[in-house]
Ligand binder design. Structure first.
Ligand code: DAH
Length: 347
């Protein structure tokens, strides 16, 4: 023990006498005293030779010595201008940390997910179809043969195909193409909800865009009736807009449904009193729907004498604009983070 104390005294005076402003010498100091094979480690190892009754005292002395050697090292390092690490006294550890940037969901995704989740609760499965589509799936199968005037309801972007291509390729004008794929792919009962992006050759303005989003619904089974369609949509509206919202159906025309209807809800901005959003009518149109036309079932390999079904299609942008008070559809696709980070939930 006495030896040990002497040795430490000796080391201490050596350390006290040492001083440097040279990086290399400082490193030599570190290796000599504090390195894994350094003298501090070595002398610590002598603990095992100390008699039991003196271990406590020896431990204290050794620890003190270790700190002494470390403090000296840190002082020299600091004096040389090193600011990193624990030795840097100008690091204010009480400052708040940097924020981790956290993304947020796109308002269109929020609205689409909300629509989907309502139908999922009724047992609808999610199906997706291609955005680049052939003419048959987008039009012909849906009871719009070539030269049918209804094709003009949707200005189409055609995709340039190779010279030998037997079919016309286009960007789908609606999600109804997914109905066709689903009917071809599986047998009734079919109950799917098909979200997706669609394209139309329209001038871009605050109110319309050349691409937007739709959610399509399709239910095919034996004995499906218009009453089932209405009940399904009533449920949707109550979940989406609240139980006080009124619903009305207006007769309409779509080539792929017969009969066809458009569905309005009482304006959820003014409560039906009449405002700018509902153009003073008190009603807002939200979707098109109808009973699947027998020709469509036939085209897709489903026996129209055995099965019936309903379908509906709605846009996603407009409900999102109404919900969040967005007055320019272009904001959805400009990817301005200041716009996007405002949305957290569609509920
Ligand atoms: N495809 C129609 C459109 O884009 C929307 C639509 C209407 C879809 C009636 C349907 C439907 O499935 O039954 O305007």
């Amino acid at each position: 023990m006495q030896d040990l104390l002497q040795k430490i005294e000796h080391f201490k005076s050596e350390i006290s006498a040492f001083s440097t402003t040279d990086e290399k010498q400082l490193e030599t100091y570190r290796i000599k005293w504090l390195g894994t094979k350094g003298l501090v480690k070595e002398i610590m190892g002598e603990m095992k030779n100390v008699p039991v009754e003196q271990k406590r005292e020896a431990g204290q002395v050794l620890n003190e010595f270790k700190q002494f050697a470390e403090t000296k090292y840190n002082e020299m390092r600091e004096a040389m201008g090193a600011t990193d690490g624990a030795a840097a006294s100008d690091t204010d550890l009480t400052l708040p940390g940097d924020d981790m940037p956290l993304g947020s969901r796109h308002p269109i995704s929020l609205m689409r997910n909300k629509i989907i989740s309502i139908f999922q609760r009724l047992g609808f499965a999610v199906a997706e179809g291609p955005e680049i589509e052939d003419d048959w799936h987008n039009f012909t199968a849906l009871n719009m043969p070539e030269h049918h005037p209804a094709r003009d309801m949707q200005d189409t972007f055609y995709v340039e195909a190779g010279k030998n291509s037997a079919v016309d390729w286009l960007l789908r004008t609606h999600t109804s193409n997914t109905q066709v794929h689903e009917m071809q792919r599986s047998k009734p009962p079919i109950r799917v909800i098909c979200p997706g992006r669609v394209y139309r050759n329209e001038t871009i303005s605050a109110r319309s865009h050349c691409f937007f989003h739709q959610v399509e619904g399709l239910y095919i089974d034996e004995n499906v009736s218009f009453a089932d369609l209405k009940q399904t949509l009533y449920f949707f509206v109550k979940e989406m807009y609240g139980k006080d919202v009124k619903v009305r159906f207006r007769p309409s025309y779509f080539p792929f449904t017969e009969p066809s209807a458009e569905m309005d809800v009482s304006c959820f901005i003014c409560g039906g009193e009449g405002c700018n959003i509902c153009k003073k009518t008190g009603w807002v149109e939200i979707l098109g729907c109808g009973m699947v036309h027998p020709n469509v079932l036939q085209n897709c390999g489903i026996d129209p004498n055995k099965y019936t079904g309903f379908a509906f299609g709605m846009g996603v942008e407009r409900p999102a604009m109404l919900k969040y008070g967005i007055n320019d559809i272009r904001l959805f696709s400009e990817n301005d983070v200041r716009f996007l980070k405002q949305f957290t939930s569609a509920t």
